[in-house]
Design a protein around this ligand. Structure first.
Ligand code: ZN
Length: 304
């Protein structure tokens, strides 16, 4: 029979039905296998398809197989198709509860439940969407379901080098926060960034590092107005815009993500002379901040 012919589809449906009812097993034969059995294999235009069909049950030969097994099965299948068609037709009615009809259509059947267990409970779309004609008619509000805003709380296996730890220890402004002072932070930042990237700093805000080739394979960049909650969990250098006070949030260790040891990731802030720091607007010179030259020599001294 030709592909697509009515005869062929009918045969395919009968075979498929018998297979589903566990009466036969089927295996597709390759062209080589068919040729090996001396079956005609057709030509390039119309290759023949051969299947090996085996009887696995003897019910097929019982006289009432078609009346007692086949027909109820066929009616059940047709019932499902009929119900699906009714569902689609009901979408056309005014004030149709589209979300309920969709949820019904995607309800997991027994076969899906058996195979996927608990997970199958989550394949149905939500009812009462608040947006379809039925929900609007019933004054159902869309559920408030804000997108997740997950803080940076992933932990990376990347630690600060000794030089950076020494710098942090020498400038005790807040826990694992060093503030470094210079007259012109924007001009000085690139050179400091190069020194810091050698010391394991991998996050730069308000400055673009140009590290020598081979020093660091990757780093993160951000703008000068970054806040501690946006910092990735790696050591960082932040250069706030000139004249901007340093936010109190930088002094709060828990606002920063933790490093591999559970401590806040170390941050170096490079600011201009007289910058005001924290909620009490303390001039930076009155805190345990370091001058840039001292910070750079501390980094170089302990490097390696
Ligand atoms: Zn709805």
């Amino acid at each position: 029979v030709r592909g697509g012919s009515y005869n062929r589809r009918w045969n395919a449906q009968v075979l498929r039905g018998l297979q589903e009812l566990g009466q036969i097993d089927r295996r597709q034969l390759s062209i080589d296998q068919a040729a090996g059995l001396e079956l005609p294999i057709g030509d390039m235009e119309e290759p023949h398809n051969w299947e090996r069909v085996g009887l696995v049950a003897i019910d097929l030969h019982e006289e009432d197989f078609f009346a007692s097994v086949w027909e109820p099965w066929r009616l059940r299948l047709m019932g499902g198709s009929q119900a699906a068609l009714e569902g689609v037709k009901s979408l056309l009615r005014p004030h149709a509860d589209v979300c309920h009809i969709l949820a019904e259509a995607y309800a997991p059947g027994p076969a899906i439940q058996e195979r996927f267990g608990l997970v199958a409970e989550y394949i149905q779309p939500m009812r009462d969407c608040g947006r379809c004609p039925g929900c609007r008619h019933r004054n159902v509000e869309p559920p408030t379901d804000p997108p997740p805003r997950v803080p940076c709380r992933w932990i990376v296996d990347h630690a600060a080098a000794k030089g950076l730890e020494a710098l942090i220890a020498a400038a005790p402004t807040a826990e694992r926060l060093a503030i470094v002072i210079t007259a012109d932070p924007v001009a000085e930042a690139p050179a400091m960034a190069v020194e810091l990237i050698r010391a394991g700093v991998r996050f730069f805000a308000g400055v673009q590092p140009k590290p020598p080739v081979g020093v660091a394979p990757w780093w993160f960049l951000d703008e000068s107005d970054v806040s501690p909650g946006d910092v990735p969990p790696v050591p960082g250098l932040v250069v706030p815009a000139p004249g901007e006070p340093v936010s109190q949030a930088w002094l709060v260790a828990s606002a920063r993500p933790p490093d591999v040891d559970g401590r806040p990731v170390p941050i170096v802030l490079l600011v201009g002379n007289g910058t005001l720091v924290g909620a009490r607007r303390v001039p930076v010179e009155r805190l345990g901040a370091l001058q840039l030259e001292t910070a750079m020599s501390t980094l170089r001294l302990v490097a390696g």
